[in-house]
Design a binder for this molecule. Structure first.
Ligand SMILES: NC(=O)c1ccc[n+]([C@@H]2O[C@H](COP(=O)([O-])OP(=O)(O)OC[C@H]3O[C@@H](n4cnc5c(N)ncnc54)[C@H](OP(=O)(O)O)[C@@H]3O)[C@@H](O)[C@H]2O)c1
Length: 274
């Protein structure tokens, strides 16, 4: 089974579900997670320079003899590698680590508050895209002001904004703005890092005879988000992929959409700088 894809603003198709690998740091753990993910139908893997595991992901894909054309690999420029030259140089290290000669998607990990640095970094992504080294370029954690800086100063609009998104952080204003500009949203920490035991979610899970993780991932994809849940456990990797055979009704979608209260598991991109 190969899972559904979403067409991006440059017509490239990205799998709607990918495996996040933040905190997957041992080789055996990575190898097993990637093997089970492939068996479960995942074809997309989300890493980052910051995670320091591009090399073990690359080794696992090589050991499993995965056909490069059949998978979608995302990495991200680390904070300390921003700026034009550093971004290009760090990209070369990323693809060497991943044992590939191109990336499917390369993202800016955090925008920060320095416009000049963000634009120079984005211009490096544009040049990598123009050189055919990256099929899709985009950003993470961008607020509207960051995206305006990019759109006003760059040629190729980002295809993706990867943002923290789960029932307790659901930024509808940002979502509407991005979709209006044909920038798709990808949800990180979709499982709230495993802390989904909230009464409203448990009640919906009971109603559909699904797990809390399946309920929130289904909510994401029904709402048009691409999702990249992380797990290193076989049963959870399969469970998180089993979200295509049921549909949440509009009442339950509304309950999940109304749970937002601005809770973040990490920094606030509106103010965070480095
Ligand atoms: N762009 C960014 O700034 C950014 C930031 C953070 C993350 N990300 C990306 O987004 C991915 C996902 O985010 P995340 O890893 O922070 O959090 P997450 O996917 O929301 O949650 C992962 C946690 O949930 C547990 N889990 C997985 N499946 C489960 C299930 N079915 N039931 C209960 N618990 C489950 C995992 O444990 P086990 O592994 O033990 O199963 C892990 O502890 C990352 O891996 C990374 O690729 C991007």
């Amino acid at each position: 089974m190969v899972l559904k894809t979403v067409k991006l603003n440059n017509a490239v198709e990205i799998p709607i579900l990918g495996l996040g690998v933040y905190n997957t740091n041992g080789y055996k753990e990575m190898l097993n997670a990637v093997k089970w993910a492939i068996e479960a139908g995942y074809r997309s893997f989300d890493t980052a320079q910051m995670y320091k595991n591009e090399d073990i992901l690359g080794n696992a894909l090589a050991e499993l003899k995965v056909n490069r054309q059949e998978i979608f690999i995302t990495s991200k420029v680390n904070l300390g590698n921003m700026g034009y030259e550093n971004t290009i140089n760090s990209f070369q290290k990323s693809i060497a680590n991943l044992k590939t000669d191109y990336l499917d998607m390369f993202l800016i990990h955090w925008p920060g508050q320095q416009k000049d640095r963000l634009i120079k970094t984005y211009k490096a992504l544009e040049d990598l895209y123009k050189d055919g080294k990256v099929r899709v370029i985009g950003v993470c954690n961008c607020e509207i002001k960051h995206l305006e800086w990019i759109l006003e100063n760059c040629e190729i609009p980002p295809a993706i904004n990867q943002v923290e998104r789960h029932p307790l952080l659901n930024e509808k204003h940002l979502e509407t703005w991005c979709l209006d500009k044909d920038i798709k949203l990808e949800a990180w920490a979709p499982l709230m890092r495993g802390k989904l035991d909230l009464p409203a979610i448990l009640a919906i899970a009971e109603k559909y005879k699904k797990t809390p993780a399946q309920i929130v991932l289904r909510w994401d994809i029904q709402d048009g988000y691409i999702v990249i849940p992380k797990s290193v456990h076989k049963e959870r990797i399969f469970e998180n992929a089993d979200i295509f055979s049921f549909e949440l009704d509009k009442y339950d979608m509304e309950i999940l959409n109304n749970m937002d209260h601005g809770y973040r598991t990490s920094f606030d991109p509106a103010t965070f700088d480095f």
